[in-house]
Design a protein around this ligand. Sequence first.
Ligand code: SAH
Length: 236
Amino acid sequence: MSERYFVERPISSGRVTLAGDEFRHLAAVMRAGPGDEVTLFDGSGAEFAARVVQIGKREAELEIACRRERSRELPFPLTLAVALPKGERQKWLVEKMTELGVTRLVPLVTERGVAQPTDAALARLRRGVIEASKQCGRNVLMEIVEPIEARVLFAAPASAAVRLIADPSGDVPLKAMPAAMPSTGLIAAVGPEGGFADDELAAARRAGWQAVSLGPRMLRVETAAIALAAVFAVPN
Ligand code: SAH
């Protein structure tokens, strides 16, 4: 895979200009020059072979050679709703969710949660999705939606997706889940370090969410999220 760069605007044919972070990566980090071949993607699901035409002070110009349809997405939509941990662990979680192919990340606001991402934090996390997608070859960006209260999520009308809530005292072992996911997909919720509050758990169960156990050890938020995503995302 040649070095990959993300372009904000939809790419068509002809020439594309790289600016900002992507320009710095190309010019300052990779020290690319005219004639170098790279791969561009715009989040549409395709990737584009391109050649550097010119490197300026703040922008680079590239010529598109061809468009390739390369889906590296999961065969079903996978949503993780997570009470995000703090700082570096939050960033790390987003990277791993992106690599594993998670379709959508829902930051959960819970009774015992501490970190409620600000707009600036969300923007940083979305930038993290781009970085991870450049590295892992995804041509569709994992979506990070606006934070939502756990009780609101649990009270939402039942969707066709399989709905799981990770709970150390859950009664459904993950192994009991169907190996092939329905095309309507799956949504899994992970609580904060302090755990979901009893009324949150009760609301989820009442609404038909299945409480799944990930084993007898207490996992960190990000470990629980990775374990859940990996079980469903990695082909067996
Ligand atoms: N002190 C909390 C633990 C929270 S761990 C408690 O006693 O519940 C943070 C979140 O990770 C939990 O809310 C749960 O969603 C998930 N989690 C951690 N370990 C788990 C396990 N063994 N089984 C299921 N979910 C787990």
